[in-house]
Ligand binder design. Structure first.
Ligand code: ZN
Ligand code: FE
Length: 255
């Protein structure tokens, strides 16, 4: 069994720390900064950092990789199609990786970046900047169609899957979700919960796919009310779900 906790980095990043208590080994996902990981290792003598998982090439996800690799000798896994510092194992869609005794399946999820990958193991999803709590990543490299398809493939995982994304954007995402669906009671309820969590200085992650399907507008492009709102925004009859997605994403970029 692995235990998961968050090491905050920069202003709103989380570096996910995976711990194998039995062997005192650990892994981190997307260490954009080495310092929080180094501090944790210093506070936990005897623990070995054995693996580093990377979802995409942005600096806030890879900035700490080389220092951590040098310090620990950890194996660095990352997307084959992107330039990842210190990468030892290049991963593509459907590859399997064994980390802390768990088999993770690699999913190609282009959109935010073209080579972006996610890692899935038995109800645990590490999805970088693809699916966020109540939102999704910006389209820096990919098309709306690619991102929509990537989100679809993540949404097809089991509903109880816990979603470990990399940024604390939930509150602002939910404000947008409420603008899209002002009458959605699940969004209103989640917004109240998240406002309270943030007031208490607590994190809003992980999410679950079940909750995302109820409250994340980018996973709700099939809903009539969401389509109507998208049509209203861009003045088109958005006939496909990916057209609805594109309209929502463009709106959110300026929200
Ligand atoms: Zn990114
Ligand atoms: Fe990021």
């Amino acid at each position: 069994m692995i235990q998961i906790s968050a090491l905050p980095a920069f202003t709103d990043n989380y570096i996910w720390l995976l711990q194998d208590q039995h062997h005192q080994r650990c892994a981190v996902v997307d260490p954009g900064d080495a310092a929080p990981v180094v501090a944790w290792l210093q506070q936990h003598p005897g623990w070995v950092l054995s693996d580093i998982l990377i979802t995409h090439h942005h600096h806030d996800h890879v900035g700490g990789v080389e220092q951590l690799k040098q310090l620990s000798g950890a194996t660095v896994y990352g997307p084959a199609r992107e330039n990842i510092p210190g990468r030892d194992v290049a991963l593509d869609d459907q590859d399997q990786v064994s980390v802390l005794g768990c088999e993770f399946r690699v999913m190609s999820v282009p959109g935010h970046t073209l080579g972006h990958i996610a890692y899935y193991h038995d109800g645990l999803l590490f999805c970088g900047d693809t699916l966020f709590a109540a939102g999704c990543g910006r389209l820096f490299e990919g098309t709306p169609e690619q991102m929509h398809q990537s989100l679809d493939s993540l949404a097809a995982l089991p509903a109880e899957t816990r979603v470990y994304c990399t940024h604390e954007y939930t509150l602002s995402n939910l404000k947008f979700a409420q603008a899209v669906e002002p009458h959605n009671p699940d969004i209103a309820e989640r917004l109240a919960t998240v406002i309270q969590l943030r007031e208490d200085g607590r994190m809003t992650l992980p999410s679950t796919l079940a909750l995302e399907k109820l409250t994340n507008p980018f996973l709700r492009t099939a809903e009539t009310s969401v389509k109507q709102k998208a049509d209203e925004r861009n003045g088109l009859d958005n006939l496909s779900q990916s057209a609805v997605f594109a309209a929502l994403r463009a709106w959110k970029d300026k929200f």
